[in-house]
Write a protein that binds this ligand. Structure first.
Ligand code: TXA
Ligand code: MG
Length: 346
């Protein structure tokens, strides 16, 4: 299959390409589209053939449900049987934006979408291109992250091409994603509500709106006995080709440890403050500043993917701060590392 890439720099100027994306989706095919978190592989929620194509293009296990993306709050009622007041409050505060809310589904949402669950995940993205495409199609779009299953999510059209060239008919290039990390997922069918996946909205911000929100520190861990609430979290994830080692502790100590325990052809992701320790190394990528978690989030998947263009045999990563969006970054890093974490005592 030929994969076309169409650019949307401005909604007004490039509206033809929005219309083309909507046309392909309405015809029952799938399109990679930009969102503010990561790129999504979108298809119509009511078209079983399209949904099957999404699973096939990604190589995604069938028991991993999809998120429905909407472009107005009213669309919740099209696919959900209940929209509890507390969930509405969350939506009012964080939508449009990188929050996914799990609600009871209506029967018009198929088992293929929800992997047989009686709930559906719903998100109202803030990205203008995602919004325009959903509006133009006129119904919610299901969209998992637009990467091959197991690989890091894609945060640019270039990376979508890398994973999906020849597997999907169309990729919409809307530039780099703002957050670089997937949405935070909250289960609003339980009381109190529970965070199922850490993500682009930090726990601290959610607690301000929902003080009794349940957040299990366990979500930041990965291990043999982990029982994931979001089915997708149990799979090997976010993994570049070379094995990843994450080093946690004070940044000057983790930098020093990596400098002493790596060889010059290993891949290094370090904070810019410590770049001077790695001048002898050949593959050093800048994680941004230790004090700027958003810059770390923004670069994470892109940097992991950059090493796939090299033949590094090992990748070492300095661990960011364990607060705010740093908790979600650490969660993704732990999965990328498959539990291969080194803790440096402070
Ligand atoms: O930011 C995001 O959320 C991106 C963009 C494209 O919107 N999407 C994304 O989708 O990350 P995906 O499919 O890569 O991850 C969705 C996660 C999976 O872990 C899945 O198991 C979980 O959401 N999920 C979906 N429906 C669910 C449900 N009804 N109950 C619990 N977990 C659900
Ligand atoms: Mg994903």
């Amino acid at each position: 299959m030929e994969t076309r890439v169409l650019k949307v720099d401005s909604i007004e100027k490039d509206y033809n390409n929005i219309i083309e994306a909507a046309r392909v989706i309405k015809a029952g095919d799938v399109v990679a589209i930009p969102t503010e978190t990561v790129y999504g592989l979108a298809g119509s929620i009511f078209n079983e053939e399209a949904i099957k194509k999404i699973f096939i293009a990604k190589g995604r296990p069938q028991d991993n449900p999809l998120i429905a993306h909407i472009s107005s709050i009213e669309q919740v009622d099209e696919i959900c049987s209940e929209f509890p007041e507390k969930a509405k409050e969350l939506a009012k505060k964080f939508w449009p934006g990188p929050l996914t809310i799990i609600l009871k589904r209506k029967s018009c949402v198929s088992d293929t979408v929800t992997a047989g669950l009686d709930t559906v995940a719903v998100r109202f993205p803030s990205h203008p291109v995602a919004n325009a495409i959903i509006k133009e199609v006129g119904e919610p779009l299901v969209a998992p992250s637009a990467n091959l299953s197991g690989k890091p999510s894609t945060t640019s059209a270039k990376h979508c091409v890398k994973d999906l060239n020849g597997r999907v008919p169309l990729i919409i290039d809307g530039g780099d994603c703002e957050f670089g990390l997937e949405s935070t997922i909250i289960d609003a069918t339980s009381d109190p509500m529970v965070i199922l996946r850490l993500g682009a909205i930090p726990v601290e911000e959610l607690l301000e709106v929902v003080p009794d929100l349940v957040y299990e520190e366990e979500l930041t861990k990965t291990g043999e006995n982990e029982i994931p609430k979001a089915p997708g979290m149990k799979y090997r994830h976010y993994a570049p080709n070379a094995p990843v080692t994450v080093v946690t502790g004070e940044p000057y100590k983790t930098a020093e440890w990596i400098a002493n325990n790596s060889n010059k052809d290993d891949g290094i992701i370090c904070f810019e403050e410590y770049a001077s320790l790695f001048t002898e190394h050949n593959f050093v990528l800048n994680f941004g500043s230790y004090s700027n978690l958003q810059s770390n989030a923004n670069r994470l998947f892109r940097l992991l993917r950059e090493f796939d263009e090299t033949d590094v045999k090992k990748i070492f990563v300095q661990c960011p701060m364990n607060k705010k969006i740093g908790k979600a970054i650490i969660n993704r890093l732990q999965k990328a590392a498959g539990g291969n974490i080194i803790e440096i005592d402070n």
